[in-house]
Design a protein around this ligand. Structure first.
Ligand SMILES: NC(=O)C1=CN([C@@H]2O[C@H](COP(=O)(O)OP(=O)(O)OC[C@H]3O[C@@H](n4cnc5c(N)ncnc54)[C@H](OP(=O)(O)O)[C@@H]3O)[C@@H](O)[C@H]2O)C=CC1
Ligand SMILES: CC(=O)N[C@@H](CCC(=O)OP(=O)(O)O)C(=O)O
Length: 342
């Protein structure tokens, strides 16, 4: 029997991508769709690509609208999820696509998000060591941020195998949908087209503590991350270029072997054949993650590169993958690794 799922934030980018995936998920029936300023609007006016839902009308995000569902997805801005979640019963599976429950350390949350910490939920990145076990049977899931998904998957094998030094350096380019749908002056078409710009430079980006949390857990010691995000003139996609010092004795073969072992049984992560490099175009609209790794012997560094679709594996696809695990469904149900080209 299908589970009934509500989506709060159905008018946004993350909510829209989630609905695109849920529409073809055989185990899900789509229930209430809620918004904020767009409550009362037809979904067809806001998400014209979701034709089967065009005549559904958005309700306001209230406990009454979200009641009576087996699963509630929260695709709301940071800081909005906790108040909604606490009105939902413990038996409902609540999947937060925002940041509210991702961090374990309250001081990190307060420093980067500037509000009291709401708590910590099981983290929705099954590929991390112990990741699946944390999600099985859970009724709460914190979906990772898009950059931490790309960066953690690129680097954790090197840390889990004890190959990498504790100071990681990451430069990642993201498509503009990562910033959400609400208008922002630096995201006007004429500002973004034909240009690339860094932002959040110097340790200021709120995804930094989340990457540190994941990589430190894999390493078993504190890892630091120097993270520079970059805005790229494309609607979707993240390309993360990550590196760390290679520990003494590391070779190209030992690095390759660690990555082959980490991803051997992963349905969504593809370690590319040597000489082939990840590309955002290859994962567009799919839940796939492309990874490649190299040992730069001259510089003494491990260089790992990943590509994801920020809206799919980076949020909505990751949310569906975690839902499947929490509900005991096949993890890949409703998800594809098949991209769109050209
Ligand atoms: N975009 C991305 O690549 C990723 C996004 N996420 C996370 O997903 C969440 C949603 O992001 P995204 O879809 O990009 O953002 P959008 O700005 O595109 O959408 C925000 C959604 O939240 C609703 N909303 C805004 N304020 C409130 C409120 N006070 N109460 C209830 N609903 C509200 C909006 O409704 P309305 O339009 O009706 O006002 C809209 O549906 C965020 O937490 C984001 O961090 C996570 C990973 C990647
Ligand atoms: C291009 C762009 O602006 N990206 C967003 C990341 C979006 C995301 O996935 O993160 P959250 O879920 O934590 O919001 C940013 O850098 O803030």
């Amino acid at each position: 029997m299908a589970v009934r799922a509500a989506v709060a934030g159905a008018s946004g980018y993350a909510g829209g991508e989630l609905l695109r995936l849920l529409l073809t998920h055989p185990g899900v029936e789509i229930g209430a769709l809620t918004g904020n300023t767009n409550a009362g609007q037809r979904l067809g006016a806001l998400q014209p690509h979701l034709l089967p839902l065009a005549d559904r009308v958005l309700e306001p995000t209230t406990p009454e609208a979200l009641a009576g569902h087996d699963v509630v997805f929260l695709a709301l801005p940071h800081g909005q999820s906790a108040a909604v979640a606490e009105q939902l019963g413990d038996e409902v599976l609540v999947i937060d696509m925002g940041a509210d429950f991702r961090l374990k350390n309250a001081a990190d949350w307060e420093a980067f998000y500037g509000s009291p910490h709401a708590g910590t939920w099981p983290y929705g990145l099954p590929e991390l060591p112990g990741g699946r076990a944390a999600l099985e049977g859970s009724r709460r899931v914190a979906v990772p941020g898009c950059y931490p998904t790309a960066v953690s998957l690129a680097l954790f094998p090197a840390y889990a195998a004890g190959l990498a030094g504790t100071e990681a350096v990451v430069v990642a380019a993201s498509g503009t949908s990562g910033a959400g749908k609400s208008p922002k002056p630096h995201l006007l078409g004429s500002e973004v087209m034909g240009s690339m710009t860094p932002y959040g430079v110097g340790g200021g980006h709120r995804h930094t503590p989340e990457m540190i949390q994941n990589l430190s857990a894999a390493a078993g010691e504190r890892v630091t991350v120097s993270f520079t995000p970059t805005l790229a003139p494309m609607p979707r996609g993240i390309l993360a270029t990550c590196s760390a010092k290679a520990k003494p004795g590391v070779t190209a073969e030992s690095v390759r072997a660690a990555y082959e072992k980490a991803f051997a049984d992963e349905p969504f992560v593809r370690l590319l054949p040597e000489g082939q490099w990840p590309a955002t175009a290859s994962v567009y609209g799919s839940n796939a993650v492309q990874v490649q790794v190299a040992h730069d012997a001259a510089a003494g560094r491990i260089v790992a590169i990943s590509a994801i679709d920020n809206l799919t594996k980076g949020t909505a696809g990751g949310a569906v993958q975690s839902m499947n695990i929490a509900l005991g469904l096949d993890e890949t149900t409703g998800l594809t690794t098949i991209g769109v080209a050209p």
